[in-house]
Write a new protein. Structure first.
Length: 269
């Protein structure tokens, strides 16, 4: 879980790390990025989560081999209101669902917007969604959750059931689709010389969190997030090419778009 502090937009990471070498490397990386580490717990005799990423040299697409030990699980009771209520925004994912549900509930009570990144079905996630304001799911999640194959109807069903402000899905190279106030917004992706897609989704979500914090209109927020994700694909590594705001805006204003006619032809605004 990540919160954005009220003072500026400094990120605060809430989570756990193992006490092995990998955990130490991750901790140092977060520290070097200026992330607030006050609420990170280092678990003794516990291996840090690990991921081995295989990148296709032709397409830049990747396969992730990931493992996270149970000893890293977060106790929901450790998430006190003081850790959440200081934030401008709470960003969560599907791991440690009971803890995530508690964090989102606390944020809702304090009128803090909640964004969520989710790509698969997690047991108990129905307790999380009622307190989510911005769902940015993978392209597969809406259909899996609702049983509705049509992405437009799937997003509508989720939004109707849980009352979130925005129900959206990322579409990889094709951009993103969102439903807001009864209307759909399709934001085409950008065409780049792709080196590595690792981290593109995470960069999209980070950019979207920034956009929400800056009160960007939804279409602008999606275009900005698409631009940031596309630029990150032009270099190797999960944080290979994280642009600044100015660079992303310039790129978005003139970058070549990759539009999917299946979404363009559905009458999107």
């Amino acid at each position: 879980m990540v919160t954005c502090a009220k003072l500026g937009l400094r990120a605060k990471y809430i989570g756990t790390l193992g006490d092995d070498e990998r955990g130490a490397i991750q901790l140092e990386s977060l520290r070097g990025s200026g992330v607030n580490l006050d609420d990170i717990q280092t678990r003794p005799n516990c291996p840090n989560q690990s991921a081995y990423i295989l990148v296709d040299q032709v397409t830049g697409e990747r396969t992730v081999l990931w493992h996270r030990d149970e000893c890293l699980r977060i106790d929901p009771e450790s998430l006190t209101p003081e850790k959440i209520a200081c934030a401008r925004l709470l960003h969560i994912d599907g791991h440690d669902t009971p803890a995530v549900a508690r964090a989102a509930e606390i944020a809702r009570r304090h009128r803090i917007p909640v964004t969520v990144d989710v790509d698969t079905i997690y047991p108990g996630f129905d307790r999380v969604l009622p307190n989510v304001d911005y769902l940015i799911a993978s392209s597969e999640f809406p259909a899996r959750w609702t049983g509705e194959a049509d992405p437009f109807r799937a997003l509508a069903l989720i939004q109707y059931e849980y009352g979130m402000e925005v129900a959206a899905m990322t579409l990889g190279a094709d951009g993103a689709l969102a439903r807001h106030q009864g209307e759909y917004i399709y934001s085409p992706g950008f065409t780049v010389e792709c080196v590595d897609t690792t981290g593109a989704g995470d960069v999209f979500h980070g950019a979207f969190c920034y956009a929400v914090s800056e009160s960007m209109p939804l279409r602008e927020a999606l275009e900005f997030s698409n631009a940031m994700a596309a630029l990150n694909c032009t270099a190797l590594g999960a944080r290979g090419r994280i642009a600044n705001v100015g660079e992303a805006r310039v790129f978005a204003s003139g970058g070549k778009r990759r539009s999917n006619p299946d979404f363009e032809q559905r009458g999107c605004k």
